[in-house]
Design a protein around this ligand. Structure first.
Ligand SMILES: Nc1nc2c(ncn2[C@@H]2O[C@H](COP(=O)(O)OP(=O)(O)OP(=O)(O)O)[C@@H](O)[C@H]2O)c(=O)[nH]1
Ligand SMILES: [Mg+2]
Length: 119
């Protein structure tokens, strides 16, 4: 994370993962407010949503992203996937969400995209 001042820290943290694994639920928990829509249906998040957690010593900007998927190809999923890959390039830290005991080929596809410097 980038430093601004001697003790205060600030940075961007992307929350990525395949559709419907609980990314938006995690964002809402982390910031303590319901800022991102959650649903039982996949592909609920369609664009990046940023939630900021301000602490005495740090400001954490969490970026909720659409579920990364390679099964259904359309203009919309292309745009959604691009917002995931762009977020991966722009942030300081990545939270990669997977569903317990359900690691599949969509998770593996996203794993390949994780930049080495934020792992
Ligand atoms: N059992 C269980 N269900 C969860 C957990 N976290 C989220 N869910 C449920 O999983 C579903 C999807 O949650 P979301 O937070 O919308 O998932 P998402 O990854 O943001 O989904 P997309 O934006 O569509 O990619 C909802 O019905 C949540 O209530 C968890 O830790 N355990
Ligand atoms: Mg979501």
């Amino acid at each position: 994370m980038s430093e601004s001042g001697s003790s205060h820290r600030a940075g961007y943290i992307a929350i990525v993962g395949r559709p419907n694994v609980g990314k938006s639920t995690l964002l809402n928990q982390l910031v303590g407010q319901k800022i991102s829509i959650t649903s039982r249906k996949p592909q609920t998040t369609r664009q990046r949503i940023t939630g900021i957690l301000t602490r005495k010593d740090a400001q954490l900007a969490f970026v909720d992203t659409p579920g990364f998927q390679t099964q259904h190809r359309s203009a919309l999923t292309r745009v959604m996937n691009r917002s995931v890959t762009q977020s991966l390039q722009e942030v300081d830290v990545v939270i990669w969400v997977i569903e317990a005991l359900k690691f599949n080929e969509l998770d593996a596809a996203l794993q390949k995209l994780l930049p080495e410097n934020v792992r």
